[in-house]
Design a protein around this ligand. Structure first.
Ligand code: ASP
Length: 309
């Protein structure tokens, strides 16, 4: 059994012409996260705290499509979705369509820990965040110059855009997620996103849907997904991937099987990261790029923009 492990992602899709500077910012963003996660895990912190912290760091980093820097919908607004799941007891929490709170994954954790519910949406989620003491920000706070340009371009072309497949030169990506396996062998997962650019107001992707954009069970695996949410919902990808784990199938194999299923059944576009019940790391994608990083068994940090296993 592994001591501890951590894998994170920052979106999937097909990147073209990414400048060296941008590439470096993604890799630096991942490294910051992994460094913090590694510190926490080595000190014995639980996987739930680690995935929340890693996702918070990426939500606060404007290059990722989550929290500040999220993509803009067809009405010119930002609506964020997030989820978190504790594999030790299957407790889970998620929020849909948050507009004014900068760390949606922490609000999702509060839903899990302070209510009897799993999901809160829209106005109710906003009121809950406010009553729970989360700081309010104007919606404009979340919009970056690059996102505004991306939204204008998407509107012109009358299409929704998976963040990583950006239309212009200001490549901006992507949905974020983390899966951790702690010293006790507990698994947790978290996912946070602004969704897809130019989405209809009220559209809900896979990221806050348990089983689609996230899943965690100590008996199987923890999974976080990124890609065209509608396809991931239809294939219940995260649960499907976790269900592949068996005595003869570990995380890398399970990710491969799930990505084949996504590709073959709906021509789905995206990727997943996973840690299985033994602490093995895996990831897979049906597209060229998966921005991700992990701490492998040798405790070294690994980061890459392309699927690595
Ligand atoms: N899965 C997210 C959604 O559909 C988008 C992404 O992963 O980039 O909302």
């Amino acid at each position: 059994m592994k001591k501890y492990s951590l894998i994170i992602h920052g979106g999937a899709g097909n990147i073209t012409n990414l400048s060296d500077e941008k590439r470096q910012s993604y890799l630096d963003g991942l490294k910051e996260c992994l460094g913090e996660g590694q510190k926490m895990l080595s000190l014995g912190r639980k996987s739930l705290d680690v995935v929340e912290r890693c996702v918070n760091i990426m939500e606060d980093n404007k290059i990722f499509n989550a929290g500040r820097g999220s993509v803009i919908n067809a009405e010119g607004e930002i609506e964020m979705d997030a989820s978190i799941m504790d594999g030790s007891n299957l407790m889970s929490g998620s929020v849909i369509g948050l507009k004014h709170y900068k760390n949606p994954v922490s609000v999702a954790r509060a839903v899990m820990e302070r209510t009897e519910h799993v999901m809160l949406a829209g106005e109710g989620a906003e009121e809950f965040a406010n009553k729970s003491g989360f700081k309010y920000f104007k919606n404009n706070f979340f919009k970056t110059e690059a996102r505004i340009r991306q939204a204008e371009e998407a509107k012109k072309r009358k299409k929704t855009v998976l963040d990583i497949d950006d239309l212009n030169k200001n490549k901006k990506m992507g949905t974020v997620g983390a899966v951790a396996y702690d010293l006790k062998g507990d698994i947790a997962a978290a996912t946070s996103t602004g969704g897809i650019a130019n989405k209809l107001k009220g559209r809900v992707g896979d990221s806050p849907i348990i089983g689609a954009g996230i899943y965690a069970s100590n008996k199987l695996a923890g999974v976080s997904a990124t890609g065209f949410g509608e396809q991931f919902i239809r294939c219940v990808v995260s649960f499907y991937a976790a269900m592949q784990i068996s005595d003869i199938c570990q995380a890398p194999g399970a990710c491969r099987i799930a990505m084949d299923y996504l590709r073959e059944s709906v021509k789905g576009l995206g990727g997943i990261i996973m840690i299985d019940r033994l602490g093995n790391i895996g990831c897979g994608a049906t597209c060229k790029n998966l921005i991700h990083g992990y701490i492998g068994s040798s405790a070294e940090l690994f980061t890459s923009l392309t699927p690595s296993s």
